[in-house]
Design a protein around this ligand. Structure first.
Ligand code: CUA
Length: 370
């Protein structure tokens, strides 16, 4: 009975771990789609086959010895002659693994330094700021700030500077670039805990930790246009699993068109429309955290971001809320506005108790921000 229980438990564990190997067309580091991912793949494959070779030789010898010299029925249980030490064998099995490891170390260390080198030439620089639980992408040279979707041109290295939001500070906008410490005299305010995240787009690059108060870098590049799925890879609190993002690679021409669209101010809704009502609700409730470029508050000041995603071109994105929710589904947006924490556990976006009519209006407004 106990054997059978163990067998069932073992099979269940095996099935659970085998499920991790299910084909995943979107997050597959064995399907590199750019030169930086290629370098990692080109290191992985030979090291993998060396490891397979070592495994086969060691396990083969083990099995051979265990079978060849096992105790057999009908033979006297005699103790074999006892020996101690064999210099030649011991030197051999010390030197051989050392040589294999040294051989693997050469390409490994070369690749590590190669990947860490800052790319030269025509490089796109983007600041990546990790929040709980979404990603901010800031293009300092282009004057574009977006969320959860990193748009890049193909064939051009993208040099990322990554850091994580620490505690927020009262009356201080959340920085959109990496800052080592709090501004002078700043009073902490809760807009997300300063925790470590990790940035990973398996098809385009390796992983890089994203740490509050520290700027790390990572280079990625895509060969072909497409949408590459990414994921926070370091447990960072309740909604870690929903902290996804996408890298959207365009041809250089399409990328320029995207840039021009993002640089433009937000579309103003037609007066008297449902979207215009939504904009009023938005100005009353949402601008404490969210920016919309081109919009002004009641005092005529521009609406800048303070801890929440910049929504200037919200409707141009396919996903939101850490790419956990899809933008083509108005019901997901309405549910999110109704009670964010019910959709994404621990969400820092407050429930403002909007009425269903107000939610409809805000959805109409956001859908118009193309
Ligand atoms: Cu951010 Cu896990």
């Amino acid at each position: 009975m106990r054997t059978r229980t163990r067998l069932i438990l073992g099979l269940a564990a095996l099935a659970a771990s085998a499920a991790a190997c299910a084909p995943n067309a979107q997050q597959d580091s064995l399907n590199p789609q750019g030169p930086y991912a290629d370098k990692i793949y080109d290191l992985f494959v030979p090291v993998f086959w060396i490891a397979v070779g070592v495994f086969v030789v060691v396990e083969g010898l083990l099995l051979f010895i265990a079978l060849r010299y096992r105790r057999r029925k009908g033979r006297a249980a005699e103790i074999p002659p006892q020996i101690h030490g064999n210099n030649r064998l011991e030197i051999g099995w010390t030197i051989l693994p050392a040589l294999i490891l040294a051989g693997v170390a050469v390409p490994t260390v070369t690749t590590i330094f190669d990947l860490a080198r800052e790319p030269q030439g025509d490089v796109l620089e983007v600041n990546v700021l990790a929040h709980q639980w979404w990603w901010e992408f800031d293009y300092p040279q282009e004057g574009v700030n977006t969320a959860n979707e990193l748009h890049i041109p193909t064939g051009r290295p993208v040099y990322l500077t990554l850091c994580a939001v620490g505690l927020g500070y009262e009356d201080q906008p959340t920085p959109s670039v990496c800052q080592p410490g709090p501004p002078d005299g700043a009073i902490p305010a809760a807009i997300g805990d300063g925790v470590i995240h990790s940035f990973w787009v398996p098809e385009l690059a390796g992983t890089q930790d994203v740490v509050p108060g520290q700027a790390n870098t990572l280079t990625l590049q895509a060969d072909a246009p497409g949408r590459y799925s990414g994921q926070c890879k370091e447990f960072c609190g309740l909604s870690h699993a929903y902290m996804k993002f996408a890298v959207v690679a365009h041809t250089p021409e399409d990328y320029d068109a995207w840039l021009r669209g993002q640089q433009a101010d937000a579309v103003m809704p037609e007066s008297g429309s449902l979207a215009a009502t939504g904009m009023d609700v938005f100005l009353g409730q949402c601008i404490a955290c969210h920016a919309v470029q081109g919009l002004e508050d009641a005092n005529g000041n521009p609406v800048v971001a303070n801890g929440g995603p910049n929504l200037t071109h919200f409707a141009s994105r396919e996903c939101f809320a850490g790419c956990w929710l899809q933008n083509d589904d108005p019901e997901e947006l309405a549910a999110w506005l109704d009670n964010p924490a019910a959709v994404k556990q621990g969400s820092w976006m407050p429930d403002y108790g909007l009425t269903p009519d107000e939610i409809d209006a805000v959805v109409a407004y956001l859908k118009g921000l193309t």
